[in-house]
Design a protein around this ligand. Structure first.
Ligand SMILES: [Zn+2]
Length: 673
């Protein structure tokens, strides 16, 4: 009997050491996750769209951002140096600037995991050493407080201590997973231990302190890394506290809106509507999804399902962007900023759609994909990635948008995107509020880690793109495959098995919700399994080396209309081809034409044209548009029959706009049927 137990134990150990523990989120042992992360670095983009984006990320985005954040333009490293007494000076930048630096480190780690550049790692370790020297004896580490005499620790939640903490913990866990070294992780543990002593006890003083709650995700990841359950308990405490206290100003909340703005009017488990600041909301939901992955609490997942439905069915843009308004009110009439307003209220020109919020939407969906194993979540991840995430950065990877509206006319950005930061109609090389750029860059850097997930007995293909996968299935067996495709410009994908176990296993292929009529062949033979748009096609076979799966998705150019409740797009259409949303931009209009004069005929014909040397290599859509040439003044005008001029033009992917100078742009166009 003893021998059998020993045999079973040694088998289990062998399985664990073989299995994947270095995922972007390490949900390998999370009991309530059905699709688990592959290890960071297991998938490499090799050719095509994402390989090109990753190359820009590696060669331009990450190095350029390092220059900015370690120099005097950004202030992040300087702040750590001053706190470490390695430099004299004062704290500069926003309260959350430490967090921005942690996000950049995380991005650089994903790049290192792909290219093994030891120089990059050396530099990161030097920065980590400075961060360690800035940390106080008891673990406290927040330069925005340490360097400002007038602020006390945990005095007011708006100073973003929780936000910086969350990014510290996440980045340190990734560093440990990628390098196996503890230098950053030990800093994070020391910091989290302090946090536990202050925030785990139930006190009125700190009951409402959770704010911009990346700390929930960070704590769960630290729990997964260390197996110390106190971090998970603390993560859960932040969820339990939210909505528990009366919504009146308290000394820790002064100077910032309360209530729905920070998701504290309704406890999460009772919530059905996404409210408040979109970044705060989506980070909170993503963190709650991580907690659910460990606890399996039904009330939590039921709430997250309701909130997901609310966001995607009533408050999300066609680009996957979220956060309809800069200022507004919730349905409880709490003042909100930079976030969700009423259902179906979707302004184009004044949409806030902060890059961070869009990125958070994809992070939330990646977690929901893991929990439910349904492809609809990967559909949203993909929608965000190709559209409202990539729009946040210029093609050469050095200039950024903070907000991502769906229409731009000259003079329409005369509002402030953030306190002291005026949003510009062109991307800027530095934003004083620098939360978005490193958030987006780390997302592009880790996108290959999102491309596949491990299922119970096999692999799920979440995202398409030329890549090589070299991973282990959950039973420890090796799986190598290569994927070739010109997606998203072409709909054909070819996956070749290079190495796999002899026993049968599943290959799950995501059939996007728009890809009605997709066909799949294995070694040239049509398959018998069902292929349904919006679901994973499940192919269970005894696979062997050289097997080829071909997926053919019909890539049609389509008009997309909004729900009739969205007044802002009544009688308007957007153009979408596969996952890519298109727009029209003023460089493609006749000289004197205004973007607001452009209409499109419902029977217009589209011609797709792939242009390798245009805007980083894109498929454009050529079409006729109608331009109103009768100019009238005044807010309301009498109209009989407008004058139309027909014009041949080019639609470009939304993400690629504003790369040809200052321009006007629109996604939705009025249509004449
Ligand atoms: Zn941001």
């Amino acid at each position: 009997m003893k021998n059998i137990v020993l045999l079973i134990l040694s088998f289990c150990t062998a399985v664990l050491t073989n299995a994947q523990e270095r995922g972007i989120i390490n949900n390998l042992e999370s009991p309530h996750v059905s699709l688990k992360s592959i290890d960071i670095g297991d998938c490499k983009w090799t050719e095509g769209f994402w390989a090109e984006k990753f190359k820009v990320c590696e060669e331009s985005m990450v190095p350029y951002m390092e220059e900015v954040l370690t120099g005097d333009t950004g202030h992040a490293l300087n702040n750590f140096k001053i706190a470490a007494k390695l430099k004299k000076g004062q704290h500069k930048g926003m309260h959350w600037h430490d967090g921005d630096f942690y996000k950049w480190i995380e991005a650089a780690l994903y790049v290192y995991a792909q290219n093994g550049d030891e120089n990059l790692l050396k530099k990161l370790d030097a920065y980590i050493s400075i961060i360690g020297q800035a940390q106080e004896e008891d673990g406290y580490l927040q330069t925005q407080i340490q360097l400002r005499d007038k602020f006390d620790r945990y005095e007011n939640r708006r100073f973003h201590e929780m936000y910086n903490t969350g990014h510290l913990l996440t980045s340190a866990c990734i560093h440990y997973r990628v390098t196996g070294k503890r230098n950053f992780l030990d800093i994070a543990i020391k910091h989290a231990d302090l946090l536990y002593t202050i925030f785990y006890p139930e006190t009125k003083q700190y009951g409402r302190f959770g704010f911009n709650q990346t700390q929930i995700m960070g704590l769960v990841e630290l729990y997964r890394t260390t197996q110390d359950s106190k971090y998970l308990k603390l993560a859960e405490r932040f969820i339990n506290n939210r909505g528990k206290y009366k919504v009146v100003h308290h000394e820790t909340t002064k100077g910032y809106p309360i209530g729905d703005m920070v998701q504290e009017r309704t406890p999460l488990r009772e919530s059905s509507e996404a409210v408040g600041h979109a970044v705060l909301a989506l980070y909170y939901y993503a963190g709650a999804a991580d907690v659910y992955a460990e606890t399996g609490e039904k009330a939590l997942i039921d709430a997250l399902d309701r909130l997901w439905n609310n966001v995607t069915e009533q408050k999300m843009y066609v680009t996957g962007a979220v956060g309809q308004a800069h200022y507004g009110a919730s349905s409880n009439r709490d003042m909100i900023q930079e976030g969700f307003i009423d259902a179906y209220m979707m302004p184009n020109m004044t949409a806030y759609n902060e890059t961070c919020a869009n990125v958070c939407n994809s992070m939330f969906n990646y977690r929901m994909l893991g929990l439910h194993g349904k492809s609809k979540y990967a559909d949203v991840m993909e929608l965000v990635l190709y559209n409202s995430a990539l729009s946040g950065i210029s093609l050469e990877g050095k200039n950024y948008f903070y907000s991502n509206p769906l229409r731009m006319i000259h003079g329409s950005r005369d509002y402030h995107a953030h306190e002291n930061v005026t949003e510009s109609p062109i991307r800027e090389p530095y934003l004083d509020c620098f939360c978005c750029p490193p958030n987006l860059v780390r997302t592009i850097a880790k996108s290959s880690g999102w491309a596949y997930s491990l299922s119970g007995n096999g692999i799920a293909v979440n995202l398409y793109g030329g890549n090589e996968l070299n991973t282990k299935l959950l039973d420890g067996s090796n799986l190598k495959l290569t994927q070739k495709t010109d997606y998203p410009w072409e709909g054909n994908v070819s996956i070749t098995i290079q190495e796999c176990k002899t026993e049968a296993f599943d290959i799950l292929l995501r059939i996007p919700d728009w890809a009605e009529g997709t066909t799949i062949k294995v070694n040239g033979q049509s398959i018998n399994e069902k292929v349904v748009a919006g679901k994973f096609a499940q192919l269970n076979r005894k696979w062997k080396k050289g097997n080829i799966i071909t997926v053919s998705m019909p890539l049609e150019t389509n008009f997309v209309e909004g729900h009739p409740r969205i007044e802002e797009v009544r009688n308007q259409v957007a153009i979408k081809r596969g996952p890519v949303v298109y727009c029209i931009e003023s460089p493609d209009l006749p000289k004197d034409a205004n973007i607001l004069d452009v209409y499109i005929s419902g029977d217009t014909k589209f011609k797709v044209n792939h242009r390798k040397d245009f805007l980083g290599g894109i498929s454009t859509i050529e079409s006729e548009i109608l331009i109103r040439s009768d100019k009238k003044q005044g807010m309301y005008r009498t109209i009989k029959m407008p004058n139309w001029e027909s014009h041949k033009t080019t639609f470009i992917p939304y993400y690629a706009w504003s790369n040809r100078g200052k321009a006007e742009m629109t996604v939705f166009l009025p249509v004449i049927w």
